[in-house]
Design a protein around this ligand. Structure first.
Ligand code: ZN
Length: 202
């Protein structure tokens, strides 16, 4: 089974088609299987809904000679009995509230907010080479919040050391702010496979 596919992001709509949050494909499949949600498929200006069984059927249903090709993409989940296409959007059938969750602050969301680039020198790096920097260090009373934590390359982080931005004589390229929308969600929009999300995020 492709773990990558199961970890891919699925946009969640409430009953009234308003985007409320984002879950992993793994979680989405459980919601679909339990009939708490349906798949929403966008084609042009219209969208269709499919329950779990219909979605499986639509996915092709059986293994075929095209499997090799499918395996090369992240877009399929390989269950014991049949391959299932990864859904991109699901709609909760009973949830009609509209409460956007507070964006969780984590390494992943901070890096995504900062576009995976150092906020001091602007260099863009893979996540493994990025670090988090407290604008005002914690021991000087700096808080663990969106406004005080930024992405830094290890070189800049080392250069700044235990000093505040002012003390280090360095400058932030942007003022760090709490994002209104989950930056991982915005990051996904740059991937053509998540194109259909735009319909519900504008
Ligand atoms: Zn840097």
């Amino acid at each position: 089974m492709s773990t990558k596919a199961l970890d891919s992001a699925v946009l969640v709509l409430n009953r009234h088609y308003l985007a409320v949050h984002m879950v992993s494909c793994r979680r989405a499949m459980i919601l679909l299987y339990k009939e708490h949600a349906e798949v929403v498929q966008v084609s042009g200006t219209r969208y269709d809904s499919h329950g779990f069984a219909a979605w499986v059927k639509r996915s092709g249903g059986t293994y075929s000679e095209q499997l090799d090709e499918r395996e090369r993409t992240e877009d399929w989940i390989f269950t014991v009995t049949y391959p299932v296409r990864v859904p991109r959007i699901i709609r909760l059938l009973r949830y009609d509230r509209y409460t956007r969750r507070k964006v969780p602050m984590s390494r992943r969301t901070i890096f995504a907010r900062d576009n995976y680039s150092c906020q001091y020198c602007g260099v863009r790096r893979p996540t493994a080479e990025l670090t988090l920097d407290h604008v005002v260090p914690r021991f000087l009373g700096g808080r663990e919040c969106w406004e005080n934590v930024v992405t830094a390359c290890s070189k800049c982080n080392h250069r700044k050391g235990m000093r505040s931005v002012e003390e280090s004589g360095m400058r932030l390229l942007h003022t760090p702010r709490a994002p209104e929308m989950n930056p991982l969600l915005e990051h996904n929009l740059q991937d053509h496979r998540y194109e259909s999300w735009r319909t519900f995020l504008s």
